[in-house]
Design a protein around this ligand. Structure first.
Ligand SMILES: Nc1ncnc2c1ncn2[C@@H]1O[C@H](COP(=O)(O)OP(=O)(O)OP(=O)(O)O)[C@@H](O)[C@H]1O
Ligand SMILES: [Mg+2]
Length: 411
């Protein structure tokens, strides 16, 4: 069989791009991840290069970037040249070069990771907006050593969710990046911005969805690939911390669940409430599509064993199924104005999000009010990217519902 890889034209010049730091960013479905997976496979096949592919959270790797690289190998008819070890997340080429994978949350693994031969020539941080600046800086140290002539790369790929993000501060400000610019190149840094228009493998439905996005923020970021700017953000009372050392102090658990299956994810928030300080510590999350209720129950029990889970009441059957699988599920009451009440109450708390709760971070930072035709905020939140926010509202519903009502539907 003839081996073939078809690369979108816009990325072709980047096959031979050896800038030290390389940024591939832009709108959704623009072919960034696919191209980087293709280049990774071809580099390793040619020999002399080893890759470390990272995301913030290790448990998200197998279902995303590992799977994409595996698909590129399979579809290009290259399976004979690679040994793919899914359980250890390791791909080894017949020539000895390797593709290693690690989550930045797996600190010990990251510190000790080395390929079988040579050095890590390439580190690819997929979905870089999930990460903290310091953790990515530390990654450069993992590339020390080796032959002077080998050109090393740090590759960052992401959607530009917010202009206040450290990636913008660090790499875009320095080169006075203009939002209508598409390319920047120096030996130190390259930037390529792409959108769905640059990906000729998209389906008509994908294009239609992106072109018909009616939320201005999402249209700018995911359709046009512009750095996100939010005028009417709802939550500013949150911050990110490393909560890993505090877990055993968390006793006042509050958990909420928003159901989802295909287009929306199932979203679980696991938190601790410091009643005195009015501080909410979000220290674990689940954010996953395609889970049947038995698998969902398993995932919940891994994160919140023996904790009460306040669930979206719109799915009573799912709640019953979760109970059958040993989850202490109860239905949220919701009721009139519960969304606005819940939001107002949450705005009055201090919210601390663990740095590995990347989806909670993304939702709290971008949740915003809808706008009228004149661009003014209306008292209605956007109904997208609100899954973990809804779950948080359910978790704290008993604090927020007006007096005269009470929770029902428990076991
Ligand atoms: N060279 C290619 N050959 C075949 N299919 C491709 C190619 N490039 C992209 N695709 C298809 O387009 C889809 C979207 O591409 P990709 O996932 O790389 O986009 P992305 O820019 O990483 O999007 P996001 O920002 O949402 O992560 C892929 O799932 C794949 O089906
Ligand atoms: Mg991608």
């Amino acid at each position: 069989m003839e081996q073939q890889i078809t690369i979108n034209d816009i990325y072709l010049p980047h096959m031979e791009n050896y800038a030290r730091t390389q940024i591939f960013y832009g709108g959704s479905s623009s072919g960034k991840s696919w191209f980087l997976a293709q280049r990774c496979v071809l580099d390793v096949l040619k020999g002399g290069r080893n890759y470390l592919v990272c995301r913030q959270v290790a448990r998200t790797i197998r279902s995303s970037v590992f799977q994409q690289i595996e698909r590129v190998i399979r579809e290009a008819g290259l399976l004979d040249y690679f040994t793919i070890n899914k359980s250890d997340a390791l791909i080894t080429c017949a020539n000895g070069c390797q593709i290693l994978f690690a989550g930045l949350d797996d600190v010990e693994k990251i510190k000790s990771i080395v390929p079988a031969n040579g050095v890590l020539t390439d580190i690819w941080v997929e979905e870089t907006t999930e990460t903290e600046r310091g953790d990515v800086k530390d990654l450069y140290k993992r590339q020390r050593g080796g032959d002077e002539s080998i050109r090393k790369r740090m590759i960052l790929s992401f959607n530009p969710i917010l202009q206040s993000h450290w990636v913008y501060e660090e790499h875009f400000k320095a080169v006075a990046w203009a939002d209508d610019q598409q390319n920047y190149y120096s030996d130190n840094l390259s930037i390529l911005k792409t959108t769905y228009k640059d990906n000729r493998f998209l389906t008509t439905q994908d294009r239609h969805d992106l072109e018909n996005e009616n939320d201005k923020y999402r249209y700018d970021v995911y359709t046009l690939g512009k750095w996100g700017i939010l005028g009417h953000v709802i939550f500013t009372n949150w911050r990110v911390e490393d909560l890993s050392g505090m877990r055993n102090q968390f006793t006042n658990h509050r958990c909420g669940l928003d159901f989802g299956f295909s287009s929306d994810p199932a979203a679980l928030v696991v938190s601790h409430y410091d009643t005195k300080r009015r501080s909410i510590y979000i220290y674990d999350e689940l954010y996953e599509r395609g889970l049947t209720n038995d698998r969902l129950a398993e995932r919940i029990r891994e994160r919140a064993e023996q904790m009460y889970i306040v669930c979206d009441s719109a799915e009573p059957k799912s709640i019953e199924e979760l109970k059958l699988h040993g989850v202490l599920a109860m239905a949220a009451v919701k009721g009139k104005d519960s969304i606005l009440h819940g939001i107002q109450w949450l705005q009055q708390q201090e919210i601390i999000i663990d740095k590995n709760c990347v989806n909670a971070k993304a939702e709290f930072s971008t949740y915003h009010w809808q706008e009228d035709a004149g661009g003014n905020a209306i008292r209605k939140p956007t109904e997208k990217n609100n899954h973990l926010i809804d779950a948080t509202r359910y978790a704290y519903e008993n604090e927020t519902i007006p007096s005269g009502a009470s929770l029902v539907g428990f076991i």
